[in-house]
Structure formats: structure tokens, C-alpha cells
Design a protein around this ligand. Structure first.
Ligand code: ANZ
Ligand code: ZN
Length: 872
């Protein structure tokens, strides 16, 4: 038996077929055992899986297999986030039909995932691009529209005037269209929105209950929701011919700094500015230019701060006869607060930059604690920390917080234009979620526009609104809109000719409820609430931290919207969240500065150093920094090649072993080799153990000697600790425990020849435990070992081993041994071992025998469980 190498290439497909045939991982909705739902973020079908997927799915698989072994009814499904731009780009660039391209990719990625041996219930597979899926999304859209959760309003989009198409924010690079290079414009389109901002407070509060989420993700969501409490403050306009308006309102979180105000700034889209621009070409030009920055907050924040001084001025609300100039500024957003601010340069960096540029006064009104009022000044850095208010009339001497309250009370009691001058207000950064995309490859929005009846939802009996297959991408813009017949329909209400909505849904909608669909993937309603409520929320969700904001927030919103429309009964979709780190690799560059792929080089070591050369040309290659695996740097390792060379178990083991799962892991050849050697080591140990058991003649189980008991303790402790580590998602620590157990077993197998039956039994039990511990991580190897050991059934179906609590108790003590007061060694014995027994053990130790040199000791003093003193 022992001696043969383990051959993953042969065994892995074998066990995959066995699991498949036995439907081992198919979850039943009727199973009455405790449900456990583990889910990894489903992949986009780009065509090939990458190492990030391998890491992500290996982790999820360990969790799934472990909880199965713990007797739970485990749901571990897989699907495809199958709509989106890359399919359209393939269509444009390579003339492929987006559907065909996507489905081919799904087929090849599915084969790759299957080769990893994942414990997935493939009967529940879904792809969001199939009508069987998106018809339910359309149906829920209609429900949510009826429930008032969806609205239609004007909103700005990035418009590429050459390609005549709407661009996603990611497609705008430095203010230009990614494909055409044309300067992008802002256009207003009427679009559909989920009214997520109505739920801002609820989504914020809900974060408090998500205690099994990483704190950093909760912080990111909190910041994104961006609650701020402040004051709406009305400024009286100095009468002017330019407008009939008499006042303008700002939103401020720092009313305590009002005495430091030196200007007002309005958004380019502020109605007052539009009014002024109508008669002022220069202003109109400035407005147009501001709009070219792009719609993303990031673009606005990074753009140079620019302004235009209008002819308007306002009265300072607290300083008699002082007036402030009114600017248009490109950093003021129309859709936050009131679209207008007062600028206090001394205490806001943006305002300071602006003031320096346009030569506006900088008047400090917050004095740092211990600062000197006479000399304190703000130069290039705004002072934004704590202090006491000064230079500020009735606010002088107050802390910032007290001054905020005092200012709010002061302005609330005054009126401008017959209204309170100040009103306390809570604002959220969170914007409504625009779901319309002017794209073909997405779920059609189930709406019909009729000139007579208006905007009419498609009747549910007419669902799904199916995407046409016969589309052409030879014209820029939305291929769905260009389709000759698709959009022409009759109004479901009055029968007149009408037009389908040709916008499709943002793909974030698709991924906001797939986890619910998995619970009843073939139902003819979006969910079956009783079933969904049994499985959800997902017990453990695992994915990349890049989804910390949008995907997770949208899913949290959508779950609430589904609850409001009766599709599920809970608020939160994901009870536990884990965000794993990335997979990195060294980078390599040729002498001419091109990136070189790891497969094309050989690395040699010399002394402490390493150098690389090109595999074929032999030219020297520079070893560069360690970076996230990416196609652009070519530092990728193809999972297929790894599986072909080392097997899936090795890849899985390495991905789990090397770093804490939340951190980045560096893929190295040495690391994979190490994982592969470990696999062989386990296999050899199993072979040896089988031989030892076969050769043992003793059949009567003797009672445990120290060696047997020691081994049992190590094994039970490992079982106990690995369970805890898997439950805590500390996979690398679980792996370390398994290494320790393996070492102990290998050592013991080496000692065991002609040993008492109890030791052989302990070894066999220990190896059996080891196989169960590696089963979630290296499932194919584990099945092979399990079978070789003559166990019945599959290890995938075996219950997690019971731990004997007695074996977890550490009931030994290590006693130092002194000879004539000098420490000469130590001995480990059972706690409370009678002195006579300790004495005879001590006297048989090699070291003591040597020191006594045949003489008897004068005296032996034993302090029980503490120390042994030998006097010679
Ligand atoms: C005066 C002031 C003085 C401000 C000061 C800050 C510091 P958060 O906390 O994010 O809500 N602001 C208000 N509306 C804006 C808009 N539409 N576009 C750009 N900026 C806007 O930020 C609130 C602060 O951001 C407000 O408080 C306002 O500037 C600015 F020493 O008012 B503050
Ligand atoms: Zn009609």
C-alpha cells in the first residue's frame, strides 16, 4: 500500500463524479435540520476564473463542508452575474452576440469551477441574463413601482457626443469618452430611480445590528450614507436688477463659523444661476464648462476649484451692513443640501483654496485651545479642529458644539422673506439609485410609454419582456433602441400604438436579490416567502472588499424593498460577511520594459539572492514588486494550469494556508510546491498506518499507555481547535493545527512498530481524524484516504468527529529536576502522580542515570506538581 504517490489528476475527477452521481451537495428545502446558508459573491462570466475566485470559493467551500459535517442542512449555490458591458464590447469588437458570448463563458467557467471540487448545489444554478431569472426582477419592479418605492425623474448622465451614447462613470477618463476620446457632456435624461434615500436612516441604523460584518465595511457604508446634521440658513439678497429673487438658502454643518463667512457659492445648476446665465453669455460659458467635469463625485472633488463672480451680493446674517459676494463654484453640487454654501475659508480647506485664488478675506473664528487670539492666523491650511469661538459677536467664548446650538437657536428665531432664517436639518449623502441604463445587455425595464395613457407597467401576464436576440451593434448607442421592431407595441391600456422602454436595468439590480432566488430557483414567483424566510439571511457571505459599498448597500435596500412588497420577511440579507484579501504575485519585466508572465521565466537562487531569466530567450528579467494579480501586469497564474499540474486540492490548500484570509496572499511557486508535498505526506502517512494496522497481531485493545494517550489528546485537541478556527474563518490557523497533528502522527507511526494495540488504535484514530480535518480543504485527497482506510461511505457525508472533553483537559505537569540545586532536566508526568512513581521515572531518565553513575542518591525531595530535587 505505502509507496505509491498520490495522483490528483486521476483521483480528483473520480470523486467529482462520485459526488455528482450521489447528488451529495444538493440541498432540500424540505429538510428539517437546521439550515445553514453560505454564499460567495457570484462571478461575472468573463471567460476564465482567476486565482481570486479560487481563493474566494475555497473559503466558502470549507465553510460549507464543515457545516454539512456538523449536521446542518447546508445551502451552497452558484450562479452568474451575467449582464453587463463586457458582453456588449465583445459584440462590438468581435462581432459576437452578447448572449452567445456570455453563455460560452459560463460553460467554460463552470467546467473550471467543477474541477475545483466545490461542494455546490448545481441544481440551483442561475444566470441573471436568462428570462427565467429576470422575468421575476421585472415582476418585482412592477410591485415596487406600485408600492411607491420607484420613481421617474430627470437626472444627469455622461453623454459622448461622438459615439452618441450614454457613458457609465467608469467610461469617462479625464473627462473624455473612453472609446471616442471626445469631451464628455452632461445631459439630462428622464430615468428610473429606486428611492433608496428615503431609507437612508433605516439603512444607517441597520448597520448597528450587523455585528458579524467587518467593522471597516460598516464604516464605509456609514460614510457613504453620510448623515450630517446642520442648518438651512437663508441669506437676504441685496436687491438687484439681475433677478427678482429676494433670498437664497444654504446648507451648513458649521453655523458656528458664520462670523468667518466671506462669500456664498452656488452650484452651476442652481436655478438662480440658470436665471442669471440667460442674460450673461460669460456666465453661461462658465456653467457649460463646469458641467463637463463629469457626474461622479470623485471627478468633482479632484477637479481644480473654480468660480465665477456674479453681480449678486447678500447681506451677512449676523454682521450689520456687511455684504458677501455670490459666486458660482464648480465644487458645489446641486443635489446635496440646497445646492448653495457659505464659504468660511479659515476653517474649510476647499473654501480656503477658493479664497486664496479669488482673493477673498480669511477671518479665523475658531481659536485653538491655548492659542493666542492676537497672533493666530490661517495661512495655507484651514483650521478644522476643536477650539473656542472668537471674533464672533454673540458666539464668542463658546465651544464649537455650543456655538452651533446657539447659532441655530438665534437664526430660528429670526425671519427672512416671512420664513424662519434658520432651520435645523438632517442631510444624507446617499443619492437615489438610478437604475436606467441605455444599454442592450441588461434586464428590460417592463414599461410601455403611451402618448395617451402615459407610463404604463407591462401587465404581469405579459412578462417576461424578453430581450431580442437579433441585434446589431454597427451603430453607436443602445442596440435595443435601434432594433427595427422590438419597441413597437400596443398600449396595454388603450390599444394605441405605443413604445417600449428601451432602457435596461443597472446590473446591480440583478445582484441585489440573487441570494433570495437561490432559495427557490425554479419557482414561478420571484421567491417562495416561507422558503426564503427559512434560509435567509445568508449565514456567511464571502467576497471582495471592492463590493463593500454599492453591492452590499443595494442588496440591503432591495431586501427591504422585497419585504415591503411581500417577497421576503427580513430586513437584512447577510448575517455574516467576510471580505477576503487579494492574491498577489511578483512582477517581471524584460530588458525592454515589457511585463513578462511568470510561466515565461525561470528564477534561480544564488546565495541569498534570486535572479530571473526568460525561459526561451534566456535574457535577464528584472524581478519587480509584488502586486495584485492582473492581466495588465501579466503577473497572473492560471488556475487551470495549477489544477493540471498539482491538482485542485493543492491549490485550495495553498490558498487557505499561507496568510490570514482577510489579508493578501502571495502566490509563489515554493508555496504551491510545499502544499503539494504536504498532500503526499498525508498520503504516505495513511499508507503506513494501513500497513501498521494490517501487520499488528494483537487484537485485544490494551489500555492506553502515555504514548497512546498523548496522541489521542493531540488529535482531539486538533479536532476541537480546527472547528473553532473554521467557525471563526481563521483558515490559516486551522491549517497550522493540521500540520501539527500530522507531525505528531508521522512521529508516532515511526515509533509504533510492534507496539501495543492501544498505540496502533490511537494512531489509526488520529489518522482518521486527520482525514476528516483536511476534508473541507482537500476534499479529493480526503475521500481517497477515507476509502483506502476502509471506511464506509463518503468522508463528505461523515459527521464531524466528536471530541472527548476529557482528552482536552491538560492533566499533565512538567516538573523541573534539580540535582544538588542545579537544574538538570525536566519530566512531564500526570498531575497528582504519586511521589514514588515520579521518583522511579526520574531515576530512569538518561541524564540522571549518567549523573548518578551507578550510585544511589542521598535523598530525593519531591514537591508534588512543582519540582524534583535530587541530592547526591
Ligand atoms: C459652512 C462651513 C464652514 C462648512 C466650515 C464647512 C466648514 P457634510 O458634512 O458632508 O454634510 N456643503 C453644503 N452643501 C454643499 C453642496 N451642495 N456642495 C458642496 N458642498 C456643500 O458637509 C457639509 C458642508 O459642506 C457644509 O458646511 C457646506 O460647507 C458644504 F468651516 O458650511 B459648510
Ligand atoms: Zn394608452
Amino acid at each position: 500500500m505505502s509507496g505509491e504517490r498520490y495522483n490528483p489528476r486521476e483521483m480528483e475527477p473520480k470523486w467529482q463524479k462520485v459526488w455528482d452521481d450521489a447528488q451529495s451537495f444538493v440541498a432540500s428545502n424540505d429538510d428539517t435540520r437546521e439550515p445553514y446558508y453560505v454564499l460567495e459573491m457570484f462571478p461575472y462570466p468573463s471567460g476564465r476564473i482567476h486565482m481570486g475566485h479560487v481563493r474566494n470559493y475555497s473559503m466558502g467551500d470549507v465553510v460549507a463542508r464543515y457545516h454539512r459535517a456538523k449536521g446542518k442542512n447546508v445551502l451552497h449555490p452558484m450562479g452568474w452575474d451575467a449582464f453587463g458591458l463586457p458582453a456588449e464590447n465583445a459584440a462590438i469588437e468581435r462581432g459576437l452576440n452578447p448572449g452567445t458570448w456570455t453563455r460560452q463563458n459560463i460553460a467554460s467557467m463552470k467546467a473550471q469551477l467543477k474541477s475545483m471540487g466545490l461542494a455546490i448545489d448545481w441544481t440551483r444554478e442561475i444566470a441573471t441574463c436568462e428570462p427565467e431569472y429576470y422575468q421575476h426582477q421585472q415582476s418585482m419592479f412592477i410591485d415596487m413601482l406600485a408600492a411607491g418605492l420607484i420613481t421617474r425623474k430627470k437626472s444627469k448622465v455622461n453623454w459622448d457626443p461622438v459615439d452618441m451614447t450614454v457613458l457609465a462613470n467608469e467610461q469617462v477618463i479625464d473627462g473624455k469618452g473612453w472609446r471616442s476620446g471626445a469631451v464628455v457632456e452632461q445631459r439630462e435624461l428622464t430615468q428610473w430611480f429606486f428611492k433608496i434615500s428615503d431609507m437612508a436612516e433605516e439603512l444607517l441604523q441597520g448597520l448597528d445590528g450587523l455585528t458579524d460584518w467587518p467593522e471597516k465595511v460598516r464604516v464605509m457604508q456609514r460614510n457613504w450614507i453620510g448623515k450630517s446634521e446642520g442648518l438651512r440658513l437663508r441669506f437676504e439678497l441685496v436687491p438687484s436688477d439681475a433677478t427678482a429673487a429676494t433670498s437664497v438658502e444654504v446648507f451648513t454643518t458649521r453655523p458656528d463659523t458664520i462670523f468667518g463667512a466671506s462669500f456664498l457659492a452656488l452650484s452651476a445648476d442652481h436655478p438662480l444661476i440658470s436665471e442669471l446665465a440667460a442674460n450673461n453669455p460669460e456666465l453661461a460659458e462658465f456653467v457649460a464648462e463646469s458641467r463637463r467635469i463629469g457626474t461622479s463625485t470623485e471627478a468633482i472633488e479632484t477637479a481644480e476649484k473654480r468660480g465665477y463672480r456674479t453681480a449678486l451680493t447678500v447681506k451677512h446674517p449676523a454682521i450689520d451692513s456687511a455684504v458677501l459676494p455670490v459666486y458660482v463654484a464648480n465644487f458645489v453640487l446641486m443635489d446635496y443640501g440646497t445646492g448653495a454654501i457659505f464659504g468660511c475659508p479659515a476653517h474649510d480647506q476647499r473654501d480656503l483654496d477658493f479664497a486664496r485664488k479669488y482673493d477673498l478675506p480669511v477671518k479665523p473664528v475658531v481659536l485653538p485651545t491655548g492659542g493666542d487670539a492676537a497672533s493666530f492666523a490661517v495661512d495655507d491650511v484651514a483650521y478644522t479642529d476643536a477650539g473656542s469661538i472668537y471674533n464672533s459677536g454673540f458666539l464668542d467664548g463658546l465651544s464649537i458644539d455650543d456655538a452651533k446650538k446657539a447659532a441655530a437657536a438665534h437664526f430660528a428665531a429670526r425671519t427672512v422673506d416671512g420664513q424662519p432664517q434658520g432651520k435645523v436639518e438632517v442631510n444624507y449623502r446617499l443619492r437615489d439609485w438610478g437604475l436606467s441604463r441605455q444599454r442592450y445587455w441588461g434586464a428590460p425595464i417592463p414599461i410601455i410609454h403611451c402618448e395617451v395613457c402615459g407610463t404604463i407597467p407591462v401587465p404581469k401576464k405579459d412578462l417576461p419582456v424578453v430581450l431580442p436576440d437579433d441585434v446589431s451593434f454597427d451603430k453607436p448607442g443602445n442596440a435595443l433602441d435601434h432594433h427595427p421592431t422590438w419597441k413597437h407595441v400596443n398600449c396595454p391600456q388603450c390599444g394605441a400604438s405605443a413604445r417600449r422602454e428601451t432602457d435596461t436595468m443597472d446590473t446591480f439590480v440583478d445582484s441585489s436579490w440573487y441570494f433570495a432566488r437561490f432559495t427557490a430557483p425554479h419557482a414561478d414567483t420571484p421567491t417562495v416567502p416561507e422558503i426564503a424566510n427559512r434560509w435567509l439571511p445568508v449565514d456567511q457571505y464571502i467576497g471582495g472588499v471592492e463590493h463593500a459599498i454599492l453591492h452590499l448597500l443595494y442588496s440591503r435596500y432591495f431586501t427591504r424593498a422585497m419585504k415591503a412588497t411581500g417577497h421576503v420577511g427580513m430586513d437584512e440579507p447577510f448575517k455574516g460577511l467576510f471580505t477576503q484579501g487579494m492574491v498577489t504575485h511578483e512582477t517581471y519585466k524584460s530588458p525592454t520594459g515589457e511585463w513578462v508572465a511568470p510561466v515565461d521565466i525561470v528564477v534561480e537562487t544564488f546565495g541569498e539572492g534570486r535572479r530571473a531569466k526568460h525561459l526561451k530567450s534566456g535574457e535577464p528579467i528584472t524581478i519587480g514588486s509584488i502586486e495584485k494579480m492582473s492581466k495588465s501586469k501579466r503577473n497572473v497564474v492560471d488556475p487551470d494550469e495549477i489544477v493540471a499540474t498539482y491538482g485542485a486540492d493543492t491549490a485550495r490548500w495553498f490558498m487557505l494556508s499561507d496568510s490570514p484570509p482577510e489579508r493578501d496572499v502571495q502566490w509563489t511557486e515554493a508555496g504551491v510546491e510545499g502544499a503539494s508535498r504536504f498532500q503526499q505526506r498525508v498520503w504516505r502517512l495513511v499508507g503506513e498506518t494501513i500497513d501498521i494496522v494490517k501487520q499488528s497481531s494483537e487484537t485485544v485493545r490494551t489500555s492506553d499507555d502515555d504514548e497512546a494517550l498523548g496522541l489521542r489528546k493531540i488529535a482531539h485537541r486538533a479536532v476541537h481547535n480546527v472547528a473553532g478556527d473554521i467557525e471563526g474563518l481563521r483558515f490559516n490557523r486551522a491549517v497550522a493545527q493540521i500540520y501539527e497533528l500530522t507531525n505528531a502522527l508521522v512521529r508516532s507511526a515511526g515509533l509504533v512498530a510492534a507496539a501495543p494495540a492501544a498505540r496502533i488504535d490511537a494512531l489509526e484514530q488520529g489518522v482518521s481524524h486527520l482525514i476528516q480535518l483536511i476534508a473541507p480543504m482537500m476534499p479529493h485527497l480526503a475521500e481517497t484516504c477515507w476509502e483506502a482506510m476502509g471506511k464506509t461511505g463518503l468522508v463528505a457525508d461523515a459527521p464531524w468527529p466528536d471530541v472527548d472533553p476529557a482528552l482536552l483537559v491538560d492533566d499533565t505537569v512538567t516538573l523541573p529536576i534539580q540535582v544538588n540545586g542545579k537544574r538538570r532536566g525536566e519530566i512531564t508526568v500526570a498531575k497528582g502522580l504519586p511521589a514514588a512513581e515520579v521518583e522511579s521515572k526520574v531515576l530512569s531518565l538518561d541524564e540522571i542515570v549518567r549523573i548518578l553513575d551507578g550510585k544511589a542518591p542521598k535523598k530525593i525531595v519531591i514537591v508534588p506538581d512543582r519540582i524534583v530535587n535530587v541530592v547526591v
